[in-house]
Design a protein around this ligand. Structure first.
Ligand code: ZN
Length: 432
């Protein structure tokens, strides 16, 4: 009987309780019969005790660590969430010290998640914090030589190339969203590729088509964000523009048309990403507050307070501060006698004398000065005369690629165009 019990207990120890089915135990029953027990091995075991080989292994005690996983809620902090799970105060202070070197508490967002492992003495062994916005860049804190050390990880993303064709019904971002893609893809097209050559308020017409070859980045099969747009092709009634991502003379990747001419210009068409123009340039406008005709020498962009405002051209800051009815205002001086002004800002991120790049963030939309609501007032002045921001790039051409680089560019272009014409391409939208 003793032998049989031993077999059974070994058996059940080797298998998880849930997967040790009854019939297996039953199959051992015959060993209980007189026939198998007859040789009585017990006396032999007594005669030759096992040789001593060293200290006994430690008993398989309770688990050496415990792990908690949780997701941050609105108003939560890492500290508050871990405190709820009874992580001791002293350990939280050590964790904070290690985290602080690689992570700012202000970066914490609701829905970020973490896993923390502590030993039986409640000493933190490992902490992994994953921001939902950047799941490929979690923050890890691990115990090394009894010290908690933090670092930011970069997990490899899987890159998938996608092809999309949409036709415009009302506007391009709606068409893209109806095709199942996000605003971030529209923003890449509006703000990165076509920002100097297509005015998406004025140029699109119903039935215009846009095709794109672009990358989507995945982590463990889940979409994380868009990679590069390799090719975009806008085929409209007012404007036709192809944009191909290719390294310029300095090796910086930017966009070129089919002939290898840059889509970049001295000025961008817009100083922000928002697409709603509330008041256009007008030399004879009736002013809603002053109740008289006051020329409107700029363009107003209605946008929520805090929307980033960027420079439309490279230059030097020649004013940054309050200026009468402009409220908080930034003025940038550019080449060829140009100046641009960005007014009614809620925040200014630059100082007088600073050099700025094209599309560098200089402030945020607000309602300071004479403004009825949050909006950006944008002006372009050339040699003392205001000009219409919407006509700034009319007739301007882009820098061409060097002649000796054209053959390689043409090859690259044709490869992408072939991909676009391939039968597996995904199509969406209507207007055929
Ligand atoms: Zn204005």
């Amino acid at each position: 009987m003793a032998l049989r019990l031993e077999i059974l207990s070994q058996r059940s120890a080797a298998m998880p309780a849930s997967s040790a089915p009854g019939p297996t135990l039953v199959s051992f029953a015959p060993t209980d019969s007189g026939a198998t027990r007859a040789p009585a091995p017990a006396p032999i075991a007594e005669a030759t005790p096992p040789p001593f080989v060293g200290p006994l292994p430690p008993p398989p005690a309770k688990p050496a660590t415990w792990t908690v996983t949780d997701t941050l809620r609105r108003g939560d902090s890492i500290y508050l969430s871990l405190k709820k799970h009874k992580v001791p105060e002293r350990q939280l202070a050590l964790l904070d010290l290690a985290l602080r070197k690689v992570f700012k508490p202000a970066q914490v967002r609701p829905d970020d998640y973490y896993a923390i492992t502590l030993d039986t003495n409640d000493v933190i062994q490992h902490f992994l914090y994953t921001p939902t916005a950047r799941p490929d860049q979690p923050v890890e804190v691990a115990l090394r030589d009894s010290l908690l050390v933090g670092r930011r990880l970069t997990l490899p993303l899987e890159r998938r190339t996608q092809i999309l064709t949409v036709a415009i019904e009302d506007n391009l971002s709606n068409a893209i969203s109806q095709a199942g893609e996000g605003d971030a893809l529209s923003a890449l097209l509006f703000d990165r590729i076509y920002s100097a050559v297509i005015d998406f308020q004025l140029d699109p017409r119903r039935g215009d088509r846009l095709s794109a070859v672009y990358e989507k980045l995945y982590l463990d099969g889940r979409f994380v964000r868009y990679g590069h747009v390799l090719l975009a092709n806008y085929e409209g009634q007012q404007v036709k523009k192809i944009g191909i991502r290719y390294p310029d003379g300095e090796g910086v990747e930017s966009y070129f048309d089919g002939k290898g001419e840059s889509l970049g210009r001295m000025f961008l068409l817009k100083p922000l990403t928002i697409n709603r123009i509330t008041s256009r340039f007008n030399r004879k406008r009736f002013h809603p507050i002053l109740k008289k005709r006051v020329p409107h020498l700029g363009t107003d962009y209605g946008a929520p307070t805090g929307t980033p405002v960027w420079t439309t051209a490279r230059g030097k800051i020649t004013y940054a501060g309050r200026k009468g009815s402009y409220g908080k205002m930034v003025e940038v001086t550019h080449q060829n006698g140009y100046r641009t002004r960005y007014a009614h800002l809620s925040k200014i991120y630059v100082r007088n004398g600073q050099r700025v790049q094209q599309q560098e963030r200089i402030g945020a939309v607000g309602a300071t000065g004479r403004a009825t609501g949050p909006h950006l007032h944008y002006e372009i002045i050339q040699n003392g005369r205001h000009i219409n921001p919407q006509s700034i790039n009319r007739g301007a051409t882009g820098q061409p690629l060097a002649k000796d680089r054209l053959p390689a560019f043409v090859q690259h272009r044709d490869k992408l165009l072939q991909l676009l014409a391939s039968p597996q391409r995904l199509t969406a939208g209507s207007g055929d």
